[in-house]
Design a binder for this molecule. Structure first.
Ligand SMILES: NC(=O)c1ccc[n+]([C@@H]2O[C@H](COP(=O)([O-])OP(=O)(O)OC[C@H]3O[C@@H](n4cnc5c(N)ncnc54)[C@H](O)[C@@H]3O)[C@@H](O)[C@H]2O)c1
Ligand SMILES: O=P(O)(O)OC[C@H](O)CO
Length: 369
């Protein structure tokens, strides 16, 4: 270890902690310890950012644990490859991860002792993941969800952050969403993101954990607005990909973006009246709709659906190498909420995306709005 690194490490050991641990007053407070739950394309980029940042924060443990949903890659366990090569060769190839990112294939080991939990898995896996860690996370832990999606069940529409909160003893859950195509952020190209918080101190703490000169974080008190923007933009991206496949041109794409953004706002306010208009002008709003409609995976697969006639499921497997689409599933979940309430006419773009993805409607119907 270089001399400077050694001095920094000793200084961190001696530094007081700001962690709000529920331990006896006389006991030393633990330093914040971050665990990432997820290691896909975005999860790996976030691991890089967080691991770089915590090294410079005196009240944080250097080690960042990252739970890996284990799989074999070229005959070797992915978690082992990540720890040996410091690279997620499957989900974020050619980007080096800091050596203080430690991959763990066992979820319970990964979350042990963590005071800060970062959820970054595809939204369909959230409930199963929470089920496994309930009872094993610290009672004073706080969480943040980077997951773009919603939960729909008999109980109706729920935010993913609320699913996490309800499953983990009511812990405070913030959210982070934004115009962030993972590979571009990995290459440190400038962009912004939005933290949505309920507890301001936690919102500011998360801002500190993620902020970089090339990844500028704003914090707003609007978890519902920020999170719904992140979830709903994926449905708009499917529509954008369809019009790309149909070669309808830039004006049509701009119309899709405008109509989509307007449905996102209407939907968010209908189900959560507290949602703020200003949130749609943050990175999580207009900026994410733009980037996702030009560079995202949902757009890419929807375009390929038009060009090849293959199903979304088939194309997800063929084009994404294990990465997951969120937009088609979200379109179905939204439709399951809108249809019984007789609201489909108020959300024509969301409804047409659902019918094209799941009812075999001709993609050309995307402009019948
Ligand atoms: N990739 C991006 O550019 C980007 C940017 C911002 C936000 N997001 C959001 O982040 C979330 C995670 O996306 P990602 O890009 O990191 O993942 P990804 O789509 O690249 O990868 C899929 C991940 O799911 C894991 N997985 C597969 N089966 C699983 C299971 N049964 N249980 C748990 N995990 C399982 C895989 O191991 C892999 O790590 C999504 O909600 C996405 O919308 C992605
Ligand atoms: O690749 P997508 O379509 O999942 O979008 C990625 C990010 O959410 C863009 O901000």
């Amino acid at each position: 270890m270089a001399a400077l690194e050694r001095i920094a490490s000793i200084a961190k050991t001696l530094a007081p902690s700001t962690a709000s641990a529920s331990v006896l007053n006389s006991a030393p407070l633990p330093r914040e310890k971050v665990c990432l739950i997820g290691s896909g394309n975005w999860g790996s980029v976030i691991a890089k950012i967080v691991a770089e940042n915590v090294k410079a924060l005196p009240d944080f443990d250097d080690e960042v644990r990252m739970w890996v949903f284990e799989e074999m890659v070229n005959g070797e366990r992915l978690s082992k490859i990540i720890n040996d090569k410091h690279e997620n060769v499957k989900y974020l190839p050619n980007i080096k991860l800091p050596t203080n990112v430690i991959a763990h294939p066992t979820l319970l080991t990964a979350v042990e002792g963590a005071t800060l939990l970062v959820f970054v898995i595809p939204h369909q896996f959230v409930k199963g993941t929470c089920d496994q860690i309930i009872g094993s996370v610290r009672s004073d832990a706080r969480a943040i969800s980077l997951i773009k999606g919603v939960d729909v069940s008999k109980a109706g529409l729920r935010l993913i952050s609320d699913v996490i909160k309800e499953n983990l003893n009511g812990m405070d859950v913030s959210v982070l969403m934004g115009a962030n195509i993972a590979n571009e952020v990995a290459e440190e190209k400038f962009c912004e993101a939005t933290v949505g918080y309920r507890n301001e101190a936690n919102g500011l703490l998360w801002q500190k954990v993620f902020n970089k000169p090339y990844f500028k974080i704003a914090a707003v008190e609007d978890v519902e607005g920020v999170e719904l923007c992140g979830a709903l933009k994926n449905v708009v991206a499917i529509a954008a990909g369809l019009v790309d496949g149909l070669k309808y041109g830039d004006n049509t794409k701009a119309a899709i973006i405008r109509i989509g953004l307007s449905e996102m706002r209407r939907f968010s306010k209908h189900f959560h009246s507290s949602v703020k208009d200003n949130t749609f002008f943050e990175s999580c709003g207009v900026a994410d709709v733009i980037t996702t409609c030009f560079g995202g995976r949902n757009r890419k697969v929807a375009e390929a659906h038009v060009l090849t006639g293959k199903s979304f499921e088939e194309l997800e497997k063929e084009l994404l190498n294990g990465q997951k689409l969120q937009g088609t599933l979200t379109a179905r979940e939204i439709f399951m909420i809108l249809e019984p309430k007789g609201l489909t006419k108020e959300f024509p773009l969301f409804t047409q995306v659902y019918r094209i993805c799941y009812e075999g409607l001709d993609p050309k119907a995307i402009i019948n709005l």
